[in-house]
Write a protein that binds this ligand. Structure first.
Ligand code: ADP
Ligand code: MG
Length: 246
């Protein structure tokens, strides 16, 4: 039997009067790469925030490697990492300094070597002494990815990792994520609006709407089940149809 890495049960998040995530249940097996799809405001970032223990669920549980996130956060976070559009790296630090800070936070061994390796892979060597706040969005994005990979995490949560990138840099970053996901036993969740990215990287997708997962499965199965030509058209169908039960 596959080993479950992420398990979410009856998860709800209420912000003041609105329910951002409604009764969410899913399991992700070790080694899987899963796409989290859905229109703006459907609850993707809130879900990822709860998986990381950064947002406290109103009710429900997040279980990572069999342990409850809320009571084992420090321990579990050592094996996790993430990219979030809401968390900026300190602007005044250089790329190298930023990676050093995060590397130490995770207790990375051979940190110097790891930073060099990541800067080389992510094409950052030419800017390593530059302050992070003075980088272009594509460069910043690659630094965020370097930070996300610094502890060689078992579980990687990516919230729109290529949203601000041109097609060339986007493709490059996707290649790096793909390469990482092909390493042994890496579990990845990617929230994305880029359907090509999702089809390329993800084993399966979960489609959200109004705070709920309304369908999930392999991209090809969802496309044929809904009688569409590709994932983009599947997305449009789901988003535009009324809230009838599928
Ligand atoms: P997505 O990432 O899919 O675009 P979010 O998880 O960011 O969606 O947001 C889900 C819903 O929760 C939206 O209606 C959003 O306005 C609301 N929301 C998100 N964060 C907050 C917050 N801190 N306070 C109040 N409402 C929020
Ligand atoms: Mg979001």
């Amino acid at each position: 039997m596959e080993k479950i890495t992420i398990e979410v049960s009856n998860l709800n998040k209420r912000y003041k009067n609105s329910l951002a995530v409604k009764n969410m249940n899913f399991k992700i097996n070790k080694g899987q790469t899963i796409g989290l799809l859905g229109p703006n405001g459907c609850g993707k970032s809130t879900t990822i925030g709860m998986l990381l223990g950064l947002i406290k669920p109103t009710t429900g549980d997040v279980i990572i490697n069999g342990k409850n996130m809320e009571s084992n956060r420090t321990n579990l976070l050592q094996k996790m990492n993430f990219i979030s559009p809401y968390i900026e790296l300190p602007k005044k630090l250089t790329i190298e300094e930023n990676l050093k800070v995060y590397g130490r936070m995770y207790g990375v061994k051979n940190l110097k070597h790891k930073i060099l390796e990541l800067m080389e892979t992510l094409n950052l060597m030419n800017f390593k002494k530059r302050k992070t706040g003075e980088l272009s969005s594509g460069q910043k994005n690659r630094v965020s990815l370097a930070k996300a990979l610094i502890n060689d995490p078992e579980i990687l949560l990516l919230d729109e990792p290529t949203a601000s990138l041109d097609p060339d840099v986007g493709d490059y970053v996707r290649g790096i994520i793909e390469n990482f996901s092909s390493k042994k036993q890496k579990t990845i969740l990617i929230a994305s609006h880029n359907m090509i990215e999702v089809e390329r990287l993800c084993d399966e997708v979960m489609m959200m709407k109004n705070g709920e997962i309304i369908d999930k499965g392999k991209s090809s199965d969802l496309i044929s089940k809904h009688g569409r030509k590709n994932l983009e058209e599947f997305f449009l169908k789901i988003v535009r149809e009324k809230n009838e039960i599928l």
